[in-house]
Each structure stands twice: as C-alpha cells, then as structure tokens.
Design a binder for this molecule. Structure first.
Ligand SMILES: Nc1ncnc2c1ncn2[C@@H]1O[C@H](COP(=O)(O)OP(=O)(O)OP(=O)(O)O)[C@@H](O)[C@H]1O
Ligand SMILES: Nc1ncnc2c1ncn2[C@@H]1O[C@H](COP(=O)(O)OP(=O)(O)OP(=O)(O)O)[C@@H](O)[C@H]1O
Ligand SMILES: [Mg+2]
Ligand SMILES: [Mg+2]
Lengths: 258, 258
C-alpha cells in the first residue's frame, strides 16, 4: 500500500528539498521502493541530484500525459527513482491557473496521472514549491500525508498557520483523505537556547504531529547537493545522515492513513 | 539627497528582513535619518520590531493615501522610523494585480506616495516579500538601488538570475534610474569551505557589485527579533553587530546614483 507524501511549507528556504531528497534516500536504504517528484519550477531537487534541467522533458510531460512515465522517470544510482522537473513546468502551472477559473477539474491532473503508477512504489514524495499555487494544490489533492518542515527560528509557528489553512481547504474541497502527517523541526541548533525554545512552542502547538527526530543544522547537508549526492553518498557518518536515518525509521513506524 | 533602497530577492528565507532592520539601524547609529518600510504581507519586519500587525492600519493605508504618513509612521526607540504593514496589505496587492491588467499606472502608487515624504530622510529602505508581485514591482518602480542579499549556499547564483531579470525589466519599462546597488553575501560561515567557494563564484559573477562585507552566520541575529530588538540593542558586541556596522560604513561610502 503506497504512502504518498507532499513535503510542503509556504515559507521559502526552510529545508523542503533537503528533506525530500534525504528522507527518500534513507527510506530506500531501509529497503523501501521510493519515488521522488520535483514539483518546483525552480528545479532544486532536480539539480540537487546532479541533473541539468535545461532541455529536459520532465514531470510536466507526465502530468499532461504527453509522455509515458517510463520515458521521464530516472534512477538515482539504481537506488530510488525520481521525476525531474523541466522548463515547461512553469508554463503548465500558468496554464492551470488560467484554466482553473473555468475547469475545477484542473486540480486532479496529478492524481489522475499518478493513480496509474503508484502501485510500483512504497513511498511517493512530492517536493513542493514555496507557494500555494496550482502545483501545490494538485499535489495536496492527491496525497495522503503532508510533511511540514518547520525551521527552528522566531516566527516558525506563525509561518505554518497559512500552510495548515491551505491543507484544511484542500481536504474539505477536494481530498477528504488528506491529513497533516508530520511537523518536522529542521535546522535545529543544539548549541543555542533559541532552538529548544522554538521546539517547545512547536510541541505545544502540534503535540503528537511533531516528530521526535529533529534535523540538526549540519553543513554537510548544504554541501551534498554541490556534488549531486544524497547525504548518504556524500558523508554517511555526518549528523545529517544520522538524523535522516532516524527520521526515516520514525516515518516508517507511523500508522498509515486509512 | 535621499537614498532609496529595495532589499529584494525572489528566494525565501535568505535574510532580507534581517538585513533591512540591522543595516537601517546601523546607518542610524552613524547619524543618518532612516525610514524602514515593511512591504511584506507576512509582516516579518513589523514583528521583528516587536509590533503586533493585528488591528493595525499600516503602510497600505499610506500607499492608497487613505491616511497621512504621520498617522502611520512609527519610531523605533526614537532612533529610526518605520512603516509597519497591516492586514490590508495583502488585499491591496490582490487589488493591484487585478487592476494592473487595465491600469498600468498601478505600479507608481508607491512612487507617488513616497515622493511627498522622501526628503525627510537620508535613507528609505523597503523590505520586499520573496516574490515578483505588484508590491515588489511598485517598490522597484520607485527606488534607485536594489540590495540583493545572497545566501552562501549551493544554487546561490542561480537563484539570483531571475531577480536580476526582473530588475532589468522594471528598469526598462518603468524606472530608468533603477540599478543594482549591491549584492551582499549573507549567512557566511567562516568555518566551512562551502561558503568561501560560493563567495568566489559570486565574485566572478558580480565583480564590484559584491560588497566586501559578508554577513556571517550568527545566532544573535536570529534571536534579536524574539525580543523585538535590533542586533545593536540586543547584543551590541556580537558578530552580527560588527558585520552590520561594517556593511553600513561600506554602504555610506558608495557613490550615490545620479
Ligand atoms: N539541516 C540543515 N543544515 C544546514 N543547511 C541546511 C539544512 N537543511 C537545509 N539546508 C540548506 O538550506 C538551504 C535551503 O534548503 P532547501 O533548498 O532544502 O529549502 P527549501 O525549503 O526547499 O527552499 P525553497 O523554498 O527555495 O524550495 C540550502 O542551501 C540547504 O542546503
Ligand atoms: N546572518 C544570520 N545568521 C543567523 N541567522 C540568520 C542570519 N540572517 C538571517 N537569519 C535568520 O534566518 C531566518 C530568515 O531570515 P529573514 O527573515 O531575514 O529572511 P527573509 O529573506 O526576509 O525571509 P522571507 O523570504 O520569509 O521574507 C530568520 O530566522 C533569521 O533570524
Ligand atoms: Mg525546495
Ligand atoms: Mg522577510
């Protein structure tokens, strides 16, 4: 039974792509079949894995059914699979926004495409752009779980309120099975009090949604993309590798949605 | 002769608001008359200075000329002034986007409002949202200089290309006086090689636009907003305080635009 996850937060630069890549990689190292999907017209996930998005026919061609899944999907070192995003993803989003006014069915394009291939995997993880636009709404209209990475900084709580409201709206309007799967404290700095104060506030606000695992600040996580590698291929003994391994175990043990 | 500056970058979480607040504060400590403008519907600058945006009639009421400048402007401890952003700023942006199709003059609302009060200050610094929407275009249609903070991370260069293109478009269409004033390396980590590699790349790409001052990563900068203070009132001897003082001197020595 596949688990479909959208890594989502309206705020920029909080660590969504880093989470999607390394959590996916860690799950694969536990033996799971994993598919990562780059849903960001900025192609960060695509580039983090060392792929050049120029001249690339990416996930946008699968969503529109122009090309078959097998013609677009790639393998990261024969470990996990991923759908890169190409230059046309931006155009697709603009088109969806323009058509949405007239054709509400625009928000099920992703669902209709992925229903055909989801059974090939144990986990499908969508890396969303930092926006509540059509691509994000499409992903939220399909997935079961939202993973919300929250930076351990001032205003962390406030930033996530809008994200929660969007999840609620999509759940009510389009996808009753959608739920907040996990809130993950990221860029946690054990050396300073601010981080632990923020985690405490997150705990009061989110209770059991908050993962026990905190992804600590670790420069190796920032360096790995420069080599087109996951943290496990770049620095397997780093804090970043340890934390994502721990998070993957925690995720695998979560009770799945109905 | 006032210097008008937009702190701008399409990427989220790179340090725009932190820069606007602490550079502004540092310039005031050099004796300059400074006005900060919160142009982000997320109100980060407003909250960084300890102001609650709920029930607040903010900069949006000045842009629409509903209220006078004196009715909205606030003072930070009798040092610099600032225009907070209130709840209606989001509505104003939506309205501007809707009207823009028909009324191109929508992008001079900020210019028309600020021309009346700019002579009261030496520096007016706009904190922009991480987006190229109507508010940002309005700010860019008015200011002389764009300050682009760039995080010392993988993909730093790539992220700034779109920002540069937007600056170029606004300069060509609406504001010939606009120019890139400075590219500022931020969140520089002296302990790891990645930062200096990125700075080198930034230097090759931006040459003299790149400031000599790099804003180092310093948790005091992240903690100060929790107390509603600038770095100088929170931890005046911290690295963050030193770096922003240095940046302010560098900025003050820049030749002003014509
Ligand atoms: N735990 C961490 N420790 C150190 N650096 C990190 C960590 N997590 C992420 N980073 C770095 O922070 C930056 C932002 O991360 P990332 O791209 O994953 O965020 P994002 O939320 O996907 O951003 P965007 O909103 O632009 O898509 C990157 O340079 C990344 O390498
Ligand atoms: N030099 C620094 N050292 C440590 N933390 C920093 C530094 N600069 C900024 N931060 C922290 O990084 C986070 C993002 O900074 P900031 O809010 O200034 O970015 P921004 O670009 O304005 O974000 P947004 O796009 O959401 O407006 C904040 O928690 C801030 O305190
Ligand atoms: Mg990302
Ligand atoms: Mg900001």
């Amino acid at each position: 039974m596949v688990r479909t996850i959208a890594v989502f937060n309206l705020k920029g630069g909080v660590g969504k792509t880093t989470l999607a890549v390394n959590l996916g990689a860690a799950l694969q190292l536990m033996g799971k079949r994993v598919l990562l999907v780059d849903l960001d017209p900025q192609h960060d996930l695509t580039m983090y894995l060392g792929v050049n998005p120029a001249q690339l026919k990416g996930v946008e061609y699968f969503i529109t059914r122009d090309l078959k899944f097998a013609e677009i999907v790639r393998s990261y070192n024969h470990r996990f699979d991923f759908l890169p995003s190409g230059k046309k993803l931006r155009d697709l989003e603009d088109l969806m926004s323009a058509l949405y006014v007239n054709y509400k069915k625009m928000n099920f394009l992703i669902r209709d495409a992925f229903l055909h291939i989801e059974q090939q995997y144990d986990y499908i993880i969508f890396d969303c752009p930092p926006a509540g636009g059509q691509l994000t709404i499409n992903a939220l209209s399909y997935v079961q779980d939202v993973f919300l990475p929250v930076q351990c900084q001032f205003l962390a709580l406030r930033g996530s309120k809008k994200a929660l409201f969007l999840i609620y709206r999509v759940k009510t309007l389009f996808n009753p099975a959608l739920r907040l799967g996990a809130v993950i404290p990221v860029m946690y700095d054990p050396r300073n009090r601010l981080s632990s104060v923020i985690v405490e506030k997150l705990h009061n606000a989110y209770g059991d949604y908050l993962t026990d695992t905190k992804i600590r600040i670790n420069v190796s996580l920032a360096e790995a993309p420069g080599f087109g590698k996951t943290i496990f291929d770049y620095k397997p003994f780093s804090r970043g590798a340890q934390d994502f391994k721990k998070l993957a175990r925690e995720v695998a043990e979560m009770p799945a949605g109905e």
